[in-house]
Design a binder for this molecule. Sequence first.
Ligand code: MG
Length: 381
Amino acid sequence: MRDIVILGSTGSIGVQALEVVAANPELFRVIGLSAGSGNHALLAEQAKKFRVPVIGTSAKEFTSDSPAGVSVICGRQASPEIASMSADIVLNGITGSIGLASTLAALAAGNIVALANKESLVAGGDLVTKFGRDRLIPVDSEHCAIFQAMLAGKRTEISKLVITASGGAFRDRTDLENVTIDDALAHPTWSMGPVVTINSATLVNKGLEIIEAHYLFDIPYSQIEAVIHPQSVVHSMVEFVDGSTIAQASPPNMKGPIAYALSYPQRIARASTPIDWTESNTWEFRPIDNIRFPAVALARKVGEFGRGMPAVYNAANESAVSAFLSERIGFSSILRVLSKTVEKFESSSLSEIRDLSDVSALEQDTHQVAEEIIKKEENAA
Ligand code: MG
């Protein structure tokens, strides 16, 4: 029986993690949950159903009835506090770099972190990896695949990581100027939260994942590739020095990676549905069109630049996506805002990230710079 904590429990990853727990009550006990301010009723319901002793919300107060016998922590520190409870594993399913504080808190408390919050590594990779890498288990499907494929050889035998990308909603679309929010939210193969779905349509998500892979696996950017794979069945691959490529494949379903991370090194029977070999399967792979989708090359560049630049990339994108979702700018402006913001910071002297407050300060600066660029995009429209 493992004691687990789930952060971001009302989001897409959190809800599916609780489904994994519900299907395997003999394996897991949930000892803490945290969520944002959006859905307190669901958080209360989860606490009741799984008999969770402690829950937390980033909101100032809990707006739902709290179930009897459950203590509720409120405010910004709620999630980091719950992350530092003594647990066998802390699943961080928070979306956005707001999740970094909780990742750091969990690691500082000696916990193992099942990391679905890629922004922790993008915004604070140097801070997170100071704790070493052996208490980090990836939940992102691509990184979970790489993690598994890496077991096929020695570290020194790895020549390349190959991250697959579905290509998002506009894989085959050439006119990206007039894309609507609904178009962008319709992902062809994965069902995810709105921000990740937009990031998938711009391929910023793949850019973030390259940076995430660099920090998780300590592999240079020159040895991390991304390739379009529309079926999303091969979740990523590791190429070894002898020319062999090891892939991990399963129909797209986040329960696979979630269950793997929660139960590693064991596998949970029937965690997700396997490939049906009685039907015809076609798997295609093709290179990324870097002209139409410049986000990946830009991520590689900011990654190589290092210091706070990946945090700038992420924060600028958060500003741009939120401006797109509130209909202030068009879809194609997202990448313009992102690259123009990164450009501004390239010419300034970015210093090393020393702690969480350095990250927050840099993100605030980035949001300000991005906001000015967003206003210009609005006026130009
Ligand atoms: Mg992913």
